[in-house]
Design a protein around this ligand. Structure first.
Ligand code: MEV
Length: 315
């Protein structure tokens, strides 16, 4: 069997994280320059069916059997091998490398699963279709996050801008203009499972207050996705900043995020907010191309740990 290299992109939620867990729509785009790569090579001379996993960023160099059942990589491999209905496991080494940080709002858990499902299925000569890869990643998201909406695995599996609403068909969105974004890392890691659980608790305590904010976020997603479609940078930016206000109200921002978001706005961003689970991780700013270097510098001066630029091309 030949060596196989597959990958999966990171993702950016432009509008609607958290509210999407409660049935509201959310708008997400692939972050294609940032990827998790999975490579599979035959392990010649090793016992049949041995899968060795090497993931230095996760401190792993171990056979699959030695990983605990709830380990994400073990789950991703087991579910992929089940979907392939193989009579015998392949004998191979699986290497995993990420270009972006884990637990910071960019979809690393879904991307790990998708990269693994793609790599192992290609290695055995039966690449799984995107729908199956997506379904496997939703299962691992459930195991890792408890109550995921499914947006992360969907946008990463399809690698296209989309509006996602739980229980409804995905709506792909064709951008009406090119949009430029700056993404900055607060350097604070935060588990999405934790922020989702915190909001669920907050909602139990204040159902009406939380539900009214969730609904307002959902309405902004409608405004923002129409703006994306019509190429209206200004309207999309305003929706993003308004969305940040609601996320802040729900207790999902953090001092580090607030600092970077305010600096990005002061330096001329069209809109800025946290992206993903919040309370740490990354923020995203929509910017005019001409302002990129000024805003990047302002974010670095304000303490951003890593800065990325990305753009969404006009369809
Ligand atoms: C995480 O990227 C997005 C959340 O809305 C959780 C989810 O939708 O599963 C916070």
């Amino acid at each position: 069997m030949p060596n196989i290299a597959s990958s999966a992109c990171a993702k950016l939620i432009l509008l609607g994280e958290h509210a999407v867990v409660y049935g509201q729509p959310a708008l997400a785009i692939p972050f294609s320059s940032q990827r998790i790569k999975a490579t599979v090579e035959p392990l010649i001379g090793s016992p049949s069916g041995l899968i060795r996993i090497i993931a230095p960023q996760l401190g792993l160099d171990t056979p699959l059997e030695e990983l605990s059942e709830d380990n994400l990589i073990a789950q991703a491999l087991t579910l992929s091998l089940e979907a392939l209905e193989l009579t015998q496991r392949p004998t191979c080494v699986l290497r995993i490398h990420s270009s972006f940080p884990f637990a910071s709002g960019l979809g690393s858990s879904a991307a790990i699963t998708i990269a693994i499902a793609r790599a192992i299925s290609s290695f055995v000569g039966h690449p799984l279709p995107v729908e199956e890869v997506n379904a496997i990643a939703f299962k691992t998201e459930q195991l890792m996050h408890g109550n995921p909406s499914g947006i992360d695995n969907t946008v990463i599996a399809y690698e296209r801008p989309l509006v996602f609403t739980k229980g409804f068909p995905v709506e792909f969105v064709m951008p009406g203009d090119t949009f430029h974004f700056i993404v900055a890392d607060t350097g604070v890691k935060k588990s999405t499972a934790l922020t989702v659980a915190q909001l669920a608790q907050h909602r139990l305590e204040h159902p009406q207050r939380v539900d009214s904010v969730i609904l307002k976020i959902g309405n902004l997603v409608g405004v923002g996705s129409r703006a994306l479609l019509s190429g209206d940078n200004v309207a999309l930016g305003l929706a993003m900043t308004d969305n940040q206000g609601y996320l802040h109200e729900l207790g999902l921002s953090s001092p580090e995020l607030d600092t970077l978001i305010n600096k990005a706005l002061e330096a001329g961003s069209l809109g800025a907010k946290l992206t993903g689970g919040g309370q740490g991780g990354h923020m995203i700013a929509l910017v005019n191309e001409a302002d990129i270097s000024t805003i990047q510098q302002a974010l670095l001066d304000a303490g951003a740990k890593t800065i990325y630029t990305t753009r969404l091309e006009k369809a």
